[in-house]
Ligand binder design. Structure first.
Ligand code: ADP
Ligand code: ASP
Ligand code: MG
Length: 410
């Protein structure tokens, strides 16, 4: 007998019919003699609709009340799925995140899980019940309701799998696995049989929405193999594990992209030793996430500094900079919005110094201007014009032969 955690995302539970389908997939695992814990998201676009209702009331809704509102979405799904299981003659029980023992930081909207007291889930499994848990939610030490950030149900599932020492964690979604790039945008995208935790973590952090980055982090830390697969089709999915099988010495495994990026440039910073740290400490204290950073000296012995942010954070970043202008000692700030980040990821890059050069060549040949660059051992990210994002991904996908068989090392 194995202990299995199954997670079903929003589209997979988008209607009552789909919830019945999910119940059947759960029952199959139970019928195979397994103990099953199921984690579900809110139905279809429920979370988006709740966000939009809140915005119709306030431009800056209270973060506490947002969490109170958004967690209702998952609560609808757990009860309906549990009813469907009971209707089919199975013993099942639903739990909200706090009932399931998900203890988080005291942060609204993007809390990290601190601990899981899985005793209640365990007791129900002992009673031979299927346990259905609401994803994306928990509570802090004061009993306040918190959420884990958009897409956070994946993290609930993996964290529960870790806490229960589960044998498997299967993430059911609306695609048949992890692809070389988002199959909704790029027709030639190909499903991967396997991918390493590190590569998946980079892709997820760089915009591949198929998995919540913290879910991959958890899976790596606790060495839980994940399978991403379809809730509708029967075919096997993509395994995320420590060492993915190298497909013919693959250099680039996948391409991630993200729109709504803004470049902020600060002109005329004094060239003192501490000026960089002061700027970024000030931004960090105000919880502004900064991504790619480029520094350049000027002839006047001052420094110009550019960084990229998500466009939604730009206004807050500008306010922070303006409020601290005197202390930071810069001349002026300019922004360029309407940008996107396109990144190639693959563990084969570590030993292949020419990959970034090849990426830039492809961009140049396609007539795409690269505005910012950042690299790590297993990724190269570029910032380009948002209008050219899909074209950039298509060209790179083709050039690195990701659609057919992988590019072979020279
Ligand atoms: P769920 O509601 O099941 O959590 P999500 O919408 O969060 O589903 O994630 C699935 C979506 O992720 C797919 O529909 C696809 O558009 C997107 N996606 C982005 N990058 C990739 C990729 N590399 N492989 C597969 N899907 C991807
Ligand atoms: N319902 C939440 C969201 O839409 C969490 C999730 O789906 O994972 O972001
Ligand atoms: Mg998701």
């Amino acid at each position: 007998m194995a202990l299995i955690v199954q997670k079903f995302g929003g589209t997979s539970v988008g209607s009552v019919e789909k919830i019945k389908n999910v119940a059947n997939r759960v029952i199959e695992e139970a019928e195979n003699g397994n103990e099953v814990v199921v984690v579900v998201s809110a139905m279809g676009k429920t979370t988006d609709q709740l966000v939009s209702m809140a915005r119709d009331i306030s431009g800056t809704p209270s973060k506490r009340e947002m969490d109170m509102l958004l967690t209702t979405g998952e609560q609808i799904t757990i009860s309906l799925l549990t009813m469907a299981l009971i209707e089919e003659g199975y013993e099942a029980i639903s739990y909200t995140g706090w009932q399931a023992g998900m203890q988080t930081e005291s942060v609204h909207g993007n809390a990290r899980i601190l601990n899981i007291d899985a005793s209640r889930i365990q007791a129900q499994l002992q009673e031979k019940k299927i346990v259905v848990v609401a994803g994306f939610q928990g509570s802090d030490a004061n009993g306040e309701i918190t959420t884990l950030g958009r897409g956070g149900s994946d993290t609930t599932a993996v964290a529960i799998a870790a806490a229960l020492n589960a044998d498997r964690c299967d993430i059911y979604t609306d695609v048949t696995g992890v692809f070389t790039t988002d199959p909704r945008y790029i027709k030639g995208a190909r499903k991967l049989q396997s991918i390493s935790y590190d590569e998946m973590l980079e892709l997820a952090n760089l915009g591949a929405g198929v998995l919540h980055p913290r879910a991959v982090e958890y899976a790596k830390n606790y060495q839980i193999p994940l399978e991403v697969r379809s809730s509708m089709e029967r075919e096997s999915g993509t395994i995320i594990e420590e060492e993915a099988t190298m497909e013919e010495n693959l250099i680039v495994r996948g391409i991630a992209f993200e729109d709504s990026i803004t470049r902020v440039t600060i002109y005329g910073l004094p060239q003192s030793l501490g000026s960089l740290s002061t700027i970024f400490t000030t931004l960090a204290k105000n919880r502004i996430n900064v991504d790619i950073i480029i520094q350049s000296m000027t002839a006047e012995d001052t420094t110009n500094l550019s960084f990229s942010t998500k466009s939604e954070d730009t206004e807050a970043a500008l306010i922070v900079l303006e409020n601290n202008k005197e202390q930071l000692g810069f001349d002026r700030v300019e922004t360029e919005s309407g940008l996107a980040k396109v990144s190639i990821v693959g563990s084969g890059m570590v030993s292949n110094p020419g990959v970034a050069a090849e990426m830039f060549e492809v961009m140049a040949n396609t007539g795409i201007q690269v505005k910012m660059v950042s690299t790590s051992e297993i990724k190269v990210s570029t910032v380009v014009n948002e209008k050219e994002m899909v074209k950039a991904v298509e060209s790179l996908h083709e050039a690195f032969k990701l659609g057919q068989h992988a590019k072979v090392l020279a």
